[in-house]
Design a protein around this ligand. Structure first.
Ligand code: TMP
Length: 235
């Protein structure tokens, strides 16, 4: 397979065409942004770590029946994926209150939620990804009710699989964000699953091992991403 011209550059990844119209070539960058691009920086080796961690999670999910766009790794910071028409809805799954939920509802970070909470956000940089509900999704024709029902079911299954897997590695899965898309009409999990898009806390010390270290200037950002990779793979 050949890497062709760049199609798109996002905040954390570059997307290239390949000689196969069904496949894209993704390159993960060290660039980091927060607060809708207001805060900018780099995290050393983040591209490699997020590529390797995402590949690890996509393989784990595939073994348990959750299909994603992931095809194969191409290098330490590159993977090939199935080309998706992205559904512009970011799906956040929360087990423990943190971040914007803690702020919006006046909860202390770390409060265990009585049930898992699934939220939808409109994927729009201009609007700053606002929280939306099922009616907004229908009114804007972002996805069909059938697609959203399937997305919710997959998101909850991903939560069960990741939460159990991480618990065995002394990590709490606080919350995470997923994106979905269509590939030849088939609904697939897309984007990435990494410390950029999840919150991971050490089960015992409650230390944050994710992008909140960058967002909040907590230091040791690269070390936190490496620690997640080490807990998953032993490397
Ligand atoms: P939030 O608490 O800031 O809404 O974030 C919820 C989860 O979604 C958290 O695990 C981080 C992830 N996330 C992204 O992947 N991209 C984003 O742009 C934001 C704001 C959050």
């Amino acid at each position: 397979m050949l890497k062709k011209e760049q199609l798109y550059e996002g905040k954390a990844k570059k997307v290239y065409r390949t000689d196969n119209p069904d496949l894209y070539w993704i390159e993960y960058k060290d660039d980091a942004t927060a607060f809708n691009g207001l805060k900018k920086g780099t995290i050393a080796n983040k591209g490699e770590l997020n590529n390797l961690i995402s590949a690890y999670f996509f393989r784990l999910l595939a073994e348990q029946g959750v299909e994603s766009h992931f095809v194969e790794e191409k290098s330490e910071r590159e993977m090939v994926v199935k080309a998706l028409q992205i559904i512009p809805v970011e799906v956040v799954v929360r087990n423990i209150a943190a971040g914007s939920l803690a702020k919006r509802l006046g909860l202390e970070e770390g409060t265990v939620l009585s049930c898992t909470v699934v939220e939808n956000y409109y994927k729009s940089d201009e609007l700053g990804d606002p929280l939306i509900n099922d009616d907004h999704i229908r009114a804007l024709n972002l996805a069909t009710p059938g697609q959203m029902a399937a997305i919710r079911e997959i998101a909850l299954k991903v939560n069960d699989i990741l939460r159990a897997h991480l618990a065995e590695r002394e990590l709490d899965l606080i919350d995470f964000k997923l994106e979905f898309g269509l590939h030849n009409g088939q609904l697939l999990l897309g984007d990435e699953i990494s410390p950029d898009t999840c919150r991971f806390w050490d089960k015992n010390t409650r230390e944050k091992l994710d992008k909140d270290r960058f967002r909040r200037d907590l230091g040791n950002v690269e070390e936190a991403y490496k620690e997640v990779y080490r807990r998953l793979t032993g490397r």
